[in-house]
Design a protein around this ligand. Structure first.
Ligand code: FAD
Length: 376
């Protein structure tokens, strides 16, 4: 049996869902196939921080893409909330990083200068000013950096709302239908191979997160592996947090309903999603060090998820070297932030075969080239 669409997407996470919605709104007939329940992997497990600031030197090349995506967020939220009728918990309140060390003053000027160099807004705050904004902060915080343009979103709510908006815009989403391979015919990708079924499409888009490399024919373009992150959800009447709070060990993300998420570990442990005592000890200890009254919080939930990490920790976006195959994965720690720009760029490529933001740096062909060089 063969189904036929203009575009077929493997993976109904936030990335696959956002692409599907964007394509459907441009008049493309789209289907999305998910191996499990749509929206229940990394896009469910994430913290939802929207910060274009790089977390390590490796991700500095991502700053322009992050900024472009951040700029699209209010529009995406408004559209998705309108079509789905669901609130996605977008909080455009900024983030605040507490510095503990005796060298806080020196660290502070370095932090602020680096951010300005990347074209990002950051303000130095004294400990007193920081605690006026966020009274929950520890008295041991000696200075802080405020990044007023950053935000957060309830990524679970957003993912479900995006998938719902996509369905309402005409996208067909199929749960428990695993893509086993790409349907390759010489230099052309004709669609996806499912169990006992082929799905034909002019465009085939791989957005299967950490699992993308397991789809036959995809590994050379998207050699991703899972980076496990463990999280804890807390609730505490006496702790009110407005902004996302960071230290060098933890982030705390407030939700509109009073929950506070604390995360996250980064572990390379295969596809294991166990929550461990050691990780909880570290997360809770660091959370309480940043906001001491959290010692009184109740623990509402713990979980782990798998971030799709690429060999250079940068996303994998764009056309492969076989006609009709596009890759959109490897978003690692920034997939919630990067969903709007990913969807926009894929839509531009499908409709116009050109993109408005240079994505060459993120090409799926970079791993093929690296492989050729090492075997030459
Ligand atoms: C603990 C944690 C904290 C995070 N915090 C943040 C944050 O604060 N900010 C941020 O921007 N990002 C954050 N991230 C990263 C972000 O969650 C991911 O980058 C993003 O969700 C990736 O989205 P995705 O749609 O590519 O993958 P996923 O959400 O994993 O979706 C992939 C989908 O593909 C399906 N699938 C897999 N294999 C197949 C197949 N063979 N056939 C069909 N379907 C398949 C899966 O079932 C799944 O539904 C965090 C991640 C974790 C785990």
């Amino acid at each position: 049996m063969t189904k036929n669409f203009e575009a077929v997407i493997a993976g109904a996470g936030l990335i696959g869902g956002a692409i599907a919605l964007e394509l459907a709104r441009a008049g493309v007939r789209v289907a999305v196939f998910d191996q499990g329940e749509p929206g229940r992997e990394a896009s469910w497990a994430g913290a939802g921080i929207l910060s274009p600031a790089p977390e390590s030197p490796a991700t500095i090349p991502l700053v322009p893409l992050g900024k472009a995506s951040m700029a699209l967020y209010p529009e995406l939220v408004a559209r998705v909330e309108e079509i789905s009728g669901q609130d996605v918990g977008f909080r455009a309140k900024g983030t605040l990083e507490g510095l503990f060390s005796r060298d806080a003053a020196r660290e502070l000027s370095t932090h602020v200068a680096l951010h300005h160099g990347w074209g990002l807004t950051a303000e130095a705050l004294s400990a007193q000013d920081a605690r006026e904004l966020e009274p929950a902060l520890s008295p041991d915080v000696e200075a802080a950096v405020l990044r007023p343009d950053e935000a957060s979103v309830d990524n679970r709510a957003l993912t479900q709302a995006v998938l719902d908006a996509a369905r309402k815009s005409g996208v067909q989403i199929f749960a428990h239908r695993e893509a086993q391979g790409i349907w390759r015919e010489k230099q052309h990708c004709a669609g996806l191979l499912l169990e006992n079924e082929k799905v034909s499409a002019k465009w085939t888009i791989i957005a299967a997160g950490s699992f993308s490399s397991g789809i036959a024919g995809v590994n050379t373009y998207a050699p991703v592996r899972p980076a496990k992150g463990q999280m804890v959800c807390l609730r505490c009447e006496r702790v009110k947090i407005e902004r996302v709070l960071w230290s060098d060990k933890i982030y705390l993300v407030p939700r509109n309903d009073g929950r506070i998420l604390a995360g996250a570990t980064v572990e390379y442990a295969g596809f294991d999603k166990k929550v461990t005592a050691g990780a909880l000890e570290k997360l809770l200890g660091s959370a309480i060090a940043l906001a001491p009254d959290l010692a009184h919080a109740s623990v509402e939930e713990t979980w782990a998820g798998l971030r799709p990490d690429s060999p250079d920790h940068l996303p994998i976006l764009g056309p492969a070297d076989i006609d009709g195959l596009l890759i959109a994965t490897g978003h690692f720690r920034s997939g919630i932030l990067l969903a709007p720009i990913t969807a926009r760029l894929i839509r531009e490529w499908v409709i116009e075969q050109r993109v408005s933001v240079d994505w060459e740096r993120f090409s799926p062909l970079r791993f093929l080239e690296a492989r050729k060089e090492t075997t030459a």
